[in-house]
Design a protein around this ligand. Sequence first.
Ligand SMILES: [Zn+2]
Length: 68
Amino acid sequence: MDCPNCKTWNPDDKEVCWRCQTPLPKPKPPKKRNQSGGYASWMWLLIIAFFAMTLLAQCFFSPLSIPQ
Ligand SMILES: [Zn+2]
């Protein structure tokens, strides 16, 4: 796209003009916050579930490993 300040052509993936450092407008923002947020919440649920399983496993198996 052309720079809005100096009218210099810039590649579409550039965020600022290579000549005058003016921020370029973004035609299509690639970020999808909804999907990434859902993915992060699922990761947190998996991490919490993993630690809960580890604690439960220690509670159940520690009396078996130690006879008294
Ligand atoms: Zn420029």
